[in-house]
Design a protein around this ligand. Structure first.
Ligand code: NAD
Ligand code: WQD
Length: 339
């Protein structure tokens, strides 16, 4: 199939490009490069043998979207494009609603105009808000606690309304928990601008010497070691789940939601120690105050994806950390070479 990856030069989209191309699909990356660099295409070319087609565009540009869908005879869309920083969304809610919600609405209108009705959407476990029970299954009540999560929830609901209005739509909302790790080549990975918000890239930057130490946001939670517990999932498992969802949609119309998680939790300190083991480097840290908005523990029940998609996460903490370390070392080298 010809598949359009909006936001496809980003962290998760670029890994999806690898898995989809290696599965025999034609991939077209559509990205405004607001949080990624075009040089990822050259690196994808080194992994795949040839770089995917790239369209430099914004999902809010309806005309360019339609032109792209028609010109490349797109059969399905994977929608990764979006702003994703919770803290930033609190400070700039309108930017998040414009980019994420309006952008998604423009994409859907263009798809409808062009007769493309198969969509895999990058949703987030953030739509569940505060966990009311654990593990979290797809029937857990939704109710986001920040503007970013609300944009994801609004998009999911827009997609559900669309599926009710037209039974020919085939939609999978994939609710990611905590994606980490990198492709085994070390050529692509998570490349956050500025100070990383998320745990894993911060640990990696401490291990490689870019930052002096990690601040652990609280060790007084009611968890195994007092630090936060999260459901970390290797990005390669995550994008293999996207391929499984696409295959599922081939035989199942309508709106579907699936958790993409490992189905178990690991603590912040467990991740620190796993990274030290994988990298052979110390990761100095200090315990500081809790981060506002954090929950003690959250992790998924991933049974529905296994039963419906035949997919489950297979890679453990060691590979998450080892692949991140390979990427972090190579990325530093790449940045030096490009200076
Ligand atoms: P990312 O920032 O690396 O990738 C997003 C890509 O979308 C970037 O390349 C950016 O340039 C592009 N983009 C943003 N707005 C755009 C627009 N208006 N038009 C075109 N391109 C645009 O982020 P990621 O980690 O790869 O996340 C991909 C998707 O998965 C996002 O929608 C995010 O909300 C979702 N998600 C991510 C996580 C996570 O922890 N990384 C967890 C849950 C959900
Ligand atoms: C993980 C744990 C922190 C950084 C976020 C978004 C969510 C999704 C995934 C987009 C927590 C602790 C972190 C640090 C720390 N993104 N931590 N020191 O908050 O579970 O989820 O990313 O959809 O929407 O909310 O991930 O990596 O920020 O934090 O101690 O420097 O690591 O307190 O317990 P989180 P995270």
């Amino acid at each position: 199939m010809n598949i359009l990856l909006t936001g496809g030069s980003g962290y998760i989209g670029s890994h999806a490009a690898v898995v989809l191309a290696q599965a025999g699909h034609e991939v077209v990356i559509y990205d405004n490069l607001s949080n990624s660099r075009a040089d990822v295409l050259e690196r994808l070319g080194r992994i795949l043998g040839q770089a995917p087609v790239f369209v430099h565009g914004d999902v809010r540009d309806a005309a360019l979207l339609e032109q792209t869908l028609r010109h490349h005879r797109i059969d399905a869309v994977m929608h990764f494009a979006g702003l994703k920083a919770v803290g930033e969304s609190v400070a700039q809610p309108l930017a998040y609603y414009d980019n994420n919600v309006i952008g998604s609405q423009r994409l859907l209108q263009a798809m409808q105009q062009c007769g493309v009705r198969t969509l895999v959407f990058s949703s987030s476990a953030t739509v569940y808000g505060e966990p009311q029970y654990l593990p979290i299954d797809e029937d857990h009540p939704t109710g986001a606690t920040n503007p970013y999560g609300r944009t994801k929830l609004h998009i999911e609901q827009m997609l559900a309304d669309l599926a009710v209005s037209d039974a020919s739509w085939r939609i999978a909302c994939l609710r990611y928990f905590n994606p980490v790790g990198a492709h085994e080549s070390g050529l692509i990975g998570e490349d956050p601008n500025g100070i990383p918000n998320n745990l894993m890239p911060f640990i990696a930057q401490v291990a490689v010497g870019r930052r002096p130490q990690l601040s652990v946001f609280g060790d007084d939670y009611d968890t195994k070691d007092g630090t936060g517990v999260r459901d970390f999932i290797h990005v390669m498992d995550l994008v293999e789940g996207h391929l499984a969802a696409l295959n599922f949609l081939g035989g199942n119309a309508g709106w579907h939601a699936f958790n993409l998680g490992a189905g178990q939790g690991a603590s912040v300190l467990e991740m620190v120690h796993a990274f030290e083991h994988a990298s052979g480097r110390k990761v100095p840290y200090q315990i500081v105050d809790r981060r506002p908005g954090d929950v003690a523990s959250t992790y998924s029940k991933a049974d529905k994806a296994w039963q419906a998609l035949g997919w489950r996460a297979r890679r453990g903490l060691d590979e998450m950390c080892a692949s991140t370390w390979r990427w972090q070392q190579a990325d530093v080298k790449q940045k030096k070479e490009s200076l």
